[in-house]
Structure formats: structure tokens, C-alpha cells
Ligand binder design. Structure first.
Ligand code: PHE
Length: 515
């Protein structure tokens, strides 16, 4: 095989080198010109100057622009055409905008209604429109000079209101990026989207013009290798179409996992690979298992109604009286452990309250209660609920990555190295732990991961206290941790707003990396 890498012939004189290079390039590229490239070059040879996409498509009789773009790139790589690329912003309708085309803009519908009544009042409006429309709609009308006094609508210049609404309707029916209304609609939710559009034109170059027509005949080449082809002898003499995987192509859009689901799968396979078994359990739980079993005092602030979702149905879930008796003893005076407990009076009624679990530790602790003497490595990736107001870093419903290791001699070093290994496999090699506090672990840790130069807290961990393990008959030490999945997702996907994960923004979802 001849090696054409040019550094090997560096010592040759400049001209000879160029000659060889050109001869080589011509030989190589002629053989590899694809049919669409041949057709496009033949077309462009017909006249000089710029060709638009539409002109190329019509002249080449193509209807898929991806073919033209790919052929253009191939020809440009060989220096036969020059691509002129420019990108502009364009405006398209968002989901609400499309609705507005069919149903009319909100202000338009409200205004029409107000004008159809003799003396429109707020009451009439509420009777005819949903609350989620009436509220924002009145805001929009007020912005146009409609007044609402004592529940009655009035307006000094109704013609002007109609005129502005008319202009907005016209915009929504045929949006244009040059319209001054773009600014207005940008500020309204999901009415329009600003998108980036690339426009290309192609111009033939001198070397493109020099390719003789006879070299641009389209040839039949085999593009697909089928079992039939392989079984017959035809492949021996066939000409195969080469693929250039570096060419630009349109993105195939097919169904795929949501990034959160993909991330869960990846975490799952890491823990399975590390020898853990997965635990799946219900998110309706009792306060007893969610908190009392974990030695969280009954007057702990996190138990309050404003932090935890207690259920009306089931309001109470019966628990085994023996368990309640053991927890009572532990909480009030430490039971048979050396602990002094929390003191005060333990109320078994509180334990039996139904709630949405606030952490997945509620499940690992029950697993241990059911299997107190068998060494185990168990993990869970599941949904938890806390009464949080939604903002950039908080959701009332999120996921935790929970895990336990119980075996003779399990210790802090093992816990830390397990977490470090996990994060390393996730692609975050820098992990540190800091002292923390949880009522159910001693010692307790916070786990932090370094990301873009900063340490970010991702979860808690520790070794279960005797007050937790002894009443359940557990003899060996238990390493435990619980970490936020959405926090990790923010790192993996580079987000600064947690809400992005769940707003079903299709454009964003389509552009997420395969995890
Ligand atoms: N349950 C704790 C949380 O929700 C995390 C944790 C789990 C801490 C296990 C220590 C041990 O934040």
C-alpha cells in the first residue's frame, strides 16, 4: 500500500510536492464523488454566480434539502464549490401561539366578549371564561387601557384597543421577525419562539468548472449490503458507494428516553455492576417508618405539616404494636441501648399517620427490618416528596439515590470509597466528604462533588445509630446514603434551573446528549 501522508515527502521540492498532492487528491476525489455531488456539480456548471437552495433543488429535481446540503459540502471539501453561509433569526409559533391561531388571542376573545355585552362586568367574565384565562386576560386588557372599576369594565378609547388587538392577531396569523410586536410576544409564555435559521448559497469555483462532464455521469453503486447480495456472487464485481461519515447530515428524529430516565438507567447499571441489588417500594408510607424508626424526634421541625405531605387517605396505617412499643422505649429513654433517648412522650398515633415519603431511607430501613441478619448491598432510585416552593433549585417531587451496605466490619472508609467510586464512574472524580448531622447516623457526612471549580453538595450519608438498628435486631454496622438525583442531573446536563428537567421542552429534549 502506498503511503501518501505528506509529512513523509517533506523533503521534496515544493512544486513536486504540490503536483503529487494534486494528482493524489484528484484521483481520490474523482473516484469518490457521489451521485448527488455529480448531479449538483453538473447543474452548477450551467451558470456562474450564487445558487440558492431552492434553485439547486429545482434544477437537480430533489425535494430533500439534506441531499443538497450534503452534496454541497462534499463538493466544497474538494474545492469545487464555495458555500456562503449566513444565519438569521426567525420567529415561529409556540404551543400557545398555535392555539391562538385557532381560537384567537386571549385578549382578543375577552375584548370581543366585553364588547358584545351592554355593560360588561367582572362577574359576566368569570361566568364565561376559566379562571386561568380571566386573570391574565384582564392584565392584558388593562395594559391596553381597559379599566376595571367596582367590577365594571370601561374604556376611553375602545377603537385603539381594537386596533392594537387587530395588529396582534395579524402578527400571530403571519409572524415576522421584523415586526415590532416580536418584543411584545417574546415576553408572553409559549406564544412565539425565536429560532436560528441557516441560509446557504453555492457558487462554482474555477476548479469545479474544470471538471469534464464525462466525469460527472451518475453511476449505479451499491449503497446497501443485503443478505441476498452476499449470498450471490454479484458483490465480487460490484461498485460500492463510499460513505463519508464526516459530512453534515440532517439529524434523524426518533423516539428516545427522557434524559432523566436515561440517567436513572446509567446509575442503575453502575450500582448493579458494583454488586448492589435494587429495591423498589411504595411512596405511601407511615410517619413511623419514615421518621420514628430513624430516631427522628417527634417534635422535629421537618415533620411539620408545612414540610411533609400528610395524607387524608389513608390517614392512618396500622403498625405492629411491638414495633410501636420498641420505638416508644427508644425515643423516650433509649430502650435497651446505652442511649438516653429524646425524653418527652412518644405518641404511637403520630407513627401511624399516612404520608408521602420524604426520603427513600424509609425503604432501606424496612428492608433491613425484614432482613436484619443477612449481609446486603441494596440501592434504590425513587421518588420522594417535600413541601417545597418551586424555584431554580427546588421541586416538591424529586428523586433520591439511596443505598446501604450491611456486613460485618462495614465502616466509614468503605462508605466513602463506595460513594467515590460511584461518582467517579459517573464522571466526577473529585469527591469530598464533610461532617454533617442526621438524627439517624453517627458519624454523619455530607458528600460534595467538584464541578466547574466549585464544590456542590449532593447528599448525605453515615452509619446508622444503634437507636435505629438495635430495635430491629440488626447486629452488623450499616453504611447508608441518600443523594439527590436531580442535582446530579443538573451537573450531567449542565443546567442552572432544575425545572428544565420536567417542563417537556421538546426542542431541549431533542438536543440532549445520549447518556
Ligand atoms: N435521608 C437523608 C436525606 O434525605 C440522606 C441520608 C440517607 C443521610 C442515609 C444519611 C444516611 O437527605
Amino acid at each position: 500500500m502506498i503511503d501518501f501522508s505528506f509529512n513523509k515527502i517533506n523533503n521534496l521540492n515544493q512544486d513536486i510536492r504540490k503536483g503529487i498532492q494534486e494528482a493524489f487528491m484528484t484521483a481520490k476525489t474523482m473516484a469518490e464523488l457521489t451521485n448527488p455531488e455529480r448531479r449538483m456539480l453538473r447543474t452548477l456548471q450551467e451558470r456562474e454566480g450564487e445558487w440558492t437552495l431552492q434553485e439547486v433543488l429545482t434544477a437537480c429535481e430533489w425535494d430533500d434539502q439534506a441531499i443538497a446540503v450534503a452534496a454541497g459540502h462534499g463538493l466544497s471539501n474538494r474545492g469545487y464549490v464555495k458555500i456562503n453561509e449566513s444565519s438569521q433569526q426567525d420567529v415561529i409559533l409556540g404551543s400557545e401561539g398555535e392555539k391562538a391561531v385557532n381560537e384567537g388571542l386571549l385578549e382578543s376573545r375577552l375584548w370581543e366578549f366585553i364588547q358584545s355585552q351592554t355593560n360588561a362586568t367582572m362577574k359576566d367574565l368569570s361566568a364565561n371564561f376559566e379562571r386561568h384565562e380571566a386573570g391574565p386576560g384582564i392584565g392584558l386588557l388593562k395594559g391596553l387601557g381597559v379599566k376595571l372599576d367596582g367590577g365594571k369594565f370601561s374604556c376611553d378609547n375602545p377603537e385603539n384597543v381594537s386596533k392594537i388587538i387587530q395588529e396582534r392577531n395579524e402578527f400571530i396569523n403571519s409572524p415576522s421577525i421584523d415586526s415590532p410586536l416580536v418584543e411584545h410576544f417574546k415576553g408572553r409564555k409559549n406564544l412565539i419562539e425565536i429560532v436560528e435559521a441557516v441560509t446557504r448559497t453555492w457558487t462554482i469555483t474555477a476548479s469545479g468548472k474544470g471538471i469534464p462532464n464525462s466525469d460527472l455521469e451518475e453511476v449505479v453503486k451499491i449503497a446497501e449490503i443485503t443478505p441476498e447480495l452476499l449470498q450471490s456472487d454479484d458483490w465480487k464485481n460490484a461498485e460500492f458507494r463510499p460513505y463519508d461519515v464526516s459530512l453534515e447530515a440532517s439529524m434523524p428524529r426518533s423516539g428516545r428516553s427522557h434524559p432523566m430516565q436515561a440517567l436513572i438507567e446509567r446509575i442503575r447499571s453502575i450500582f448493579l455492576e458494583m454488586g448492589f441489588s435494587e429495591l423498589v417500594d411504595d411512596y405511601v408510607q407511615t410517619a413511623g417508618w419514615n421518621m420514628d424508626a430513624l430516631f427522628i424526634p417527634q417534635d422535629h421541625p421537618a415533620r411539620e405539616m408545612q414540610d411533609t405531605f400528610y395524607l387524608d387517605n389513608p390517614r392512618q396505617i396500622k403498625l405492629n404494636p411491638k414495633l410501636l412499643k420498641d420505638w416508644k422505649a427508644i425515643h423516650e429513654h433509649g430502650g435497651d441501648t446505652e442511649s438516653t433517648g429524646w425524653g418527652g412522650e412518644f405518641n404511637p398515633e403520630i407513627s401511624q399517620k399516612g404520608l408521602l415519603r420524604t426520603h427513600t431511607t424509609v425503604n432501606t430501613i424496612q428492608y433491613l427490618a425484614a432482613n436484619p441478619t443477612e449481609s446486603c448491598r441494596v440501592f434504590a432510585i425513587d421518588r420522594v416528596f417535600r413541601k417545597e416552593s418551586i424555584d431554580k433549585t427546588h421541586l416538591p417531587e424529586f428523586h433520591q439515590i439511596e443505598g446501604i451496605i450491611m456486613e460485618p466490619g462495614a465502616n466509614l472508609g468503605m462508605l466513602v470509597s463506595t460513594l467515590k467510586t460511584f461518582y467517579k464512574k459517573m464522571g466526577y472524580p473529585e469527591v469530598r466528604v464533610r461532617p454533617a448531622y442526621f438524627p439517624y447516623t453517627e458519624p454523619s457526612l455530607e458528600v460534595e462533588v467538584k464541578w466547574r471549580g466549585k464544590w456542590l453538595e449532593l447528599g448525605g450519608a453515615g452509619i446508622f445509630r444503634p437507636e435505629v438498628t438495635e430495635p430491629l435486631g440488626i447486629k452488623d454496622p450499616v453504611c447508608a446514603w441518600g443523594m439527590g438525583l436531580e442535582r446530579l442531573a443538573m451537573l450531567v446536563l449542565g443546567l442552572d434551573d432544575i425545572r428544565q428537567l420536567y417542563i417537556s421542552d421538546l426542542e431541549w429534549l431533542r438536543n440532549q446528549p445520549i447518556l
